[in-house]
Unconditional design. Structure first.
Length: 222
């Protein structure tokens, strides 16, 4: 607690990290007074633990459906962007040019999944569509272990306009996942009213509006 208070008072840089999809858009460059991690912490539990232990002061992620609710007593969550989740594959995938796909078409191909329980809402939603079937185990994000697997020409994965722009070799499939994704800032609720956090939130909201202006299906939420 003492070290975090010192950072909040400006005696040392504040610490922020992000998932692989949020970091390149929101933390390049890193806001003044902050230092960032490497955008390679997967899942939610490890980043939340680092926030709880005050190792991190802020976390940016794109896991909106599985984030703590707005009235959570421990976490303050600021939604920044929202966009439809897309089903993606390599440009040479057999379904890349197909129209009016059915669930049976999707079930013919492997689809990536994160470890069970990491994102319960997203997992159950995609499983109902015959997806989320090939588990990927990793402790640090590595593109070879996620979007790189789609380069085999058969494996399906998921993303939105922002992640798709980071993966230029992927193609959207003609399938509505009926799920919204987006980016959000997460901090401990007991420091959410600190001036440094309020300044960070304002800076990220401005960036969200700038990012949303580049994409037809991305909406800034504040």
């Amino acid at each position: 607690m003492v070290q975090q208070l010192a950072r909040l008072k400006g005696f040392a840089p504040l610490r922020i990290d992000a998932n692989y999809a949020s970091g390149p858009w929101f933390l390049n460059p890193v806001p003044g007074g902050w230092i960032s991690g490497r955008f390679d912490l997967p899942g939610l539990q490890r980043p939340l633990a680092l926030l709880r232990e005050r190792v991190l002061d802020a976390w940016l992620c794109s896991y909106q459906p599985d984030l703590p609710p707005a009235d959570d007593p421990e976490w303050w969550v600021l939604d920044l962007l929202q966009a439809p989740l897309q089903l993606l594959a390599s440009a040479d995938h057999p379904l890349a040019a197909a129209l009016q796909l059915c669930q049976g078409d999707l079930e013919r191909f492997p689809s990536l999944a994160l470890p069970a329980g990491w994102f319960p809402h997203t997992e159950s939603h995609l499983r109902r569509q015959g997806l989320w079937r090939q588990a990927v185990q990793f402790h640090r994000y590595d593109p070879d272990d996620w979007e790189g697997r789609s380069q085999d020409g058969v494996t399906l994965l998921y993303g939105n306009s922002l992640t798709e722009a980071l993966m230029p070799c992927t193609s959207r499939l003609d399938w509505d996942l009926q799920l919204l994704s987006g980016d959000a800032l997460v901090v401990r609720r007991d420091i959410a009213d600190q001036p440094a956090i309020e300044q960070l939130a304002a800076s990220l909201q401005l960036r969200a509006r700038q990012i949303a202006a580049r994409f037809a299906d991305v909406q800034a939420l504040n």
